[in-house]
Design a protein around this ligand. Structure first.
Ligand code: GDP
Ligand code: ZN
Length: 305
């Protein structure tokens, strides 16, 4: 069931059965778990009151996806399905926190390369800065700023950095993305108090009857500004990235790739590797290279190109 809005109304729609079959057979995206996704522009017909049927999904400008969580029996010949998180996004705000959960650069890198592979601009937000006394996070903010990513340090509790974050939202479709518990909903509530999103840690008793977001939702802030809130995830696996392409999504590796002796270099053990040279010279941060190797190791050979 899809919940759609036009300027004035909200409709609960299903997919036209025939269209569903046609779409599922499209060669390029054979194993999608979701046919229409948050952010899609669709044509739909109102069939009764607030109910309707989706007839078609317009071509996407872009979309961001991940490997769907493993579900027994759902994959085809052992392959993992692609789950679209959102479509037609202008920018992605990748949120992490300094503590609870602890800042984890490897997790951030997984989100970053997923955004890079979708060719969508990302901004890094590091929240809960009220939990650190000094500039404990500065090494990380410097590292990512040097690579070229905007970094905004925030505290949803004290309001630190919120103004800076607010400034980049107008006239954009912005996806708020990150691990669960980093403060996505809290930040959105501070910026848009009218949203009144549910916060993660409220006790079981007060949670009763409160609707928990299990799918992504797109929230119209005004006619030209939209934010997409995503349910918490623990970790993401990028979908559809080949081993030989991974290094292209590490922006800081890019200028060194042409120095590799072999153009099929995976920058792991090959001789004459420009990336390894750059790590040794300190031109690429070791933490990024370490992240790269971990992701390289987990990219499964289960792709169907
Ligand atoms: P989400 O899963 O990313 O949407 O995270 P929530 O917004 O539900 O927040 C998870 C927990 O972190 C809640 O207990 C919030 O009160 C807390 N939290 C959110 N922002 C901050 C912050 O800036 N500082 C501190 N100390 N805690 C925060
Ligand atoms: Zn190399």
């Amino acid at each position: 069931m899809y919940v759609l809005t036009d300027q004035n109304n909200t409709y609960r729609c299903s997919l036209r059965g025939k269209f569903k079959n046609e779409f599922a057979l499209k060669k390029d995206k054979l194993y999608l778990t979701n046919i229409a996704a948050v952010g899609d522009m669709v044509e739909f017909e109102v069939t009764n009151g607030n109910g309707g049927v989706i007839h078609s999904v317009e071509d996407r400008k872009n979309y961001i996806s991940r490997k769907a969580p493993k579900v027994k029996g759902a994959s085809y010949r052992g392959e993992r399905l692609e789950q679209i998180i959102a479509a037609n996004v202008d920018q992605i705000i990748l949120i992490s926190s300094v503590h609870e959960p602890e800042f984890n650069n490897k997790t951030l890198d997984r989100f970053l390369i997923t955004s890079e592979s979708a060719h969508i601009k990302s901004v890094i937000v590091i929240n809960k800065s009220d939990l650190i006394t000094n500039d404990e996070i500065k090494n990380w903010t410097d590292l990512y700023e040097d690579i070229g990513y905007p970094v905004i340090v925030t505290s949803a509790f004290t309001g630190y950095g919120i103004g800076e974050l607010e400034k980049i939202l107008p006239n954009n479709i912005t996806l708020f993305w990150g691990q669960s518990g980093v403060g996505k909903s809290t930040l959105l509530n501070v910026i848009f108090p009218q949203l009144n999103l549910k916060i993660g840690d409220i006790s079981e008793s007060t949670r009763k009857g409160v609707h928990t977001t299990v799918t992504s939702i797109m929230i119209p802030v005004n006619e030209t500004t939209f934010v997409i809130d995503t349910p918490g995830v623990r970790e993401i696996d990028p979908y559809g990235i080949k081993k030989e392409d991974l290094s292209h999504y590490f922006r800081d590796f890019e200028e060194h790739l042409s120095n590799c002796k072999f153009n099929t270099c995976t920058h792991y053990h090959e001789p004459g590797c420009g990336v390894i040279d750059a790590v040794e010279k300190g031109d690429i941060a070791f933490e990024r290279y370490d992240s790269y190797l971990r992701i390289l190791d987990t990219i499964e050979e289960d792709l169907h190109f």
